[in-house]
Design a protein around this ligand. Structure first.
Ligand SMILES: [Zn+2]
Length: 315
């Protein structure tokens, strides 16, 4: 082999290696249930918001938060809670509507759902307007888009007419199972359980990334731009830096929702599903691909979550 051929061969190997490992991935990080999940004190809500926003800022994440305005209306705390939303906007981030009261569409007729969407716009729109921004995104509570095709079509038409773009989720997960266990442990000062939950949380979310990356390749022939669903709570405030490091290690850069929606896969129709699931499952159904089961959370987390829930119900 001539010296030149030898050099070219090595160059080729190096090129393949860089291609395989330097994969360019993109993700939108979204937060639901603003100002925060759970019944924290106003002071705790302020701390969670501050910490979350610090981490979002230091990792350069163009995040978006979805608001349930019903959470603002607590006597004596309306201004304080509204201020938490303003903090998101002051950090240069966007807010969207997640319905007024986190409605469950299994339980109400479409007219009531639509009313709840409209009721959920008031404060958020006012705050956005003060920043010369428009209210443009909607996220379905529990990712329920309609339990019948008729309901789903009627709701989609209503949201479109109202000027909304639906914010899909591709990397769905049960962060709330970890977060609730973490929240309950924090309430009773159980730092041992808190760190157990935190340590299991990052590998679990990484497993969900692996799963949806592969499913995306299997379904569409490439890795789509992903949309991660998280909730505004203690666990994510304490662990977002570690989550961001995990995503960066996997080759992700953080993009805005608007960017992700330009990916051609997002223009596929979202098939009607009986559960709130990732849009990747919906698009697979549209393409007549079979359903695939998702990885489970660790057994001990499931058990701690169920125990904590039972305890709070028996109180
Ligand atoms: Zn929600």
């Amino acid at each position: 082999m001539s010296r030149l051929n030898y050099f070219v061969s090595w160059l080729f190997i190096l090129f393949c290696w860089a291609g395989a490992f330097g994969q360019k991935r993109e993700v939108v990080v979204t937060f639901d249930d603003l100002p925060t999940s759970y019944e924290y004190s106003l002071q705790a809500k302020q701390e969670i918001t501050k910490k979350l926003l610090q981490s979002i800022k230091s990792n350069n994440i163009p995040a978006i938060g979805f608001v349930n305005e019903s959470k603002l209306f607590v006597p004596g705390e309306i201004d304080g809670r509204t201020e938490l939303l303003r903090m998101w906007l002051d950090a240069g981030l966007e807010l969207g509507n997640h319905t007024f009261s986190h409605v469950n569409l299994e339980k109400i007729p479409i007219e009531a759902y639509e009313e709840d969407v409209i009721r959920g716009e008031t404060v958020t729109r006012l705050l956005l307007n003060q920043k010369n921004m428009k209210l443009r995104y909607f996220r379905h509570p529990q990712l329920f888009t309609g339990l019948t095709v008729e309901y789903q079509n009627a709701l989609a038409a209503f949201l479109k007419k109202r000027g909304y773009t639906v914010a899909p989720v591709t990397i769905d997960n049960v962060d709330y199972v970890f977060a609730y266990t973490y929240y309950k442990a924090k309430q009773r000062g159980d730092t041992k359980t808190m760190s157990l939950v935190g340590e299991a949380y990052i590998p679990y979310i990484e497993k969900m990334f692996e799963f949806f990356e592969q499913l995306s390749k299997d379904s569409f022939g490439y890795e789509i731009k992903q949309v991660l669903l998280l909730h505004a709570n203690d666990l994510n405030a304490d662990y977002l830096d570690k989550l961001a490091a995990m995503m960066k290690r996997r080759g992700y850069s953080f993009i805005a929702l608007e960017e992700a929606l330009k990916d051609k896969t997002y223009s596929l129709a979202d098939a009607q599903m009986n559960r709130g699931v990732s849009w990747i499952h919906r698009w697979r159904k549209t393409k007549n691909l079979p359903a695939v089961a998702e990885p489970d959370e660790p057994e001990f987390i499931k058990k701690m979550f169920n125990d904590a829930r039972q305890k709070s119900m028996s109180k």
